[in-house]
Unconditional design. Structure first.
Length: 276
């Protein structure tokens, strides 16, 4: 698979408490992954097919799709032309604060993955473009507040009441914690199942059902997330792969790009202050 025609720029916007991405993707597909924050992607050209929540849908130019934090999803082009998008990665609770809803408890959840709202899309584009070119701060902030307020009012459900926890759910949570704590170790499914207190097959089935991915896929993603954190803390790229459990730098780069759409080097340049 070649990705030479793809072009991706990522930058951090402290004033928005967010990361932003502008990209053109050709001959590229995202593996199943999640984000630590909510993700809002405005398609500006082409189309992408997205799989999440057990179903697939297509987002086309002009569409805005939204994915909750920790929501497993994958994406691939619908044709050889690929797609272009502008993406905002931001904590939903922060957007609630931006919208002035300080009294609400919990961030809630996005009501649907495809947000059919032209005004919301226009406001996201205004924020994104203004951040990219270093436009007027007042214009950027007005658009951001308007985006957050409309999003919360129209497209976010309130926090759900938590039901009594099933023993399998507790086992999956323990398995996640175990994997997070042993990223640089060669762990087996038996090791993880023993820590979770479940038979291996039961854990595997419950983990996939709950997380939308296998324990091995979760481990790869957790390694990439830790790599991102180490890069933000200015660790040398040549050291990061070994620190997070990848066999070598090439394996880190391969999986970082398959999950994030950019290389570790591009991410480092973005989060340490370079602008597009």
């Amino acid at each position: 698979m070649t990705t030479s025609r793809s072009d991706v720029q990522l930058w951090r916007a402290p004033e928005l408490q967010a990361e932003l991405l502008r990209g053109r993707f050709v001959d590229f597909e995202y593996d199943v992954h999640t984000h630590e924050t909510a993700c809002f992607a405005l398609l500006t050209r082409g189309a992408i097919r997205i799989r999440m929540r057990g179903q697939a849908f297509v987002a086309r130019a002009g569409d805005l799709y939204a994915i909750d934090a920790d929501e497993p999803h994958a994406g691939w082009p619908v044709d050889t032309q690929g797609w272009q998008q502008r993406t905002l990665y931001v904590d939903l609770q922060h957007l609630r604060r931006v919208a002035g809803d300080e009294r609400a408890v919990g961030a809630g959840a996005l009501a649907a993955p495809l947000l059919h709202d032209c005004e919301l899309a226009d406001r996201l584009y205004a924020v994104h473009r203004c951040s990219q070119v270093g436009g007027p701060a007042l214009l950027r902030d007005q658009a951001y507040v308007a985006f957050a307020a409309r999003l919360m009012r129209r497209h976010v459900r309130g926090p759900q009441r938590v039901a009594a926890e099933h023993p399998e759910h507790a086992g999956v949570r323990t398995a996640r914690h175990y994997l997070d704590a042993h990223l640089d170790d060669h762990v087996s499914l038996g090791d993880v199942a023993a820590a979770a207190g479940l038979p291996p097959f039961q854990l595997l089935r419950a983990f996939e059902r709950s997380q939308g991915m296998t324990p091995h896929a979760y481990q790869r993603q957790a390694r990439v997330r830790l790599a991102m954190r180490l890069i933000r803390e200015r660790h040398a790229l040549r050291e990061v792969g070994a620190q997070v459990g990848f066999a070598d730098q090439a394996h880190l780069t391969r999986w970082f790009r398959r999950l994030m759409g950019i290389t570790p080097g591009q991410y480092r340049r973005a989060v340490l202050g370079d602008r597009p």
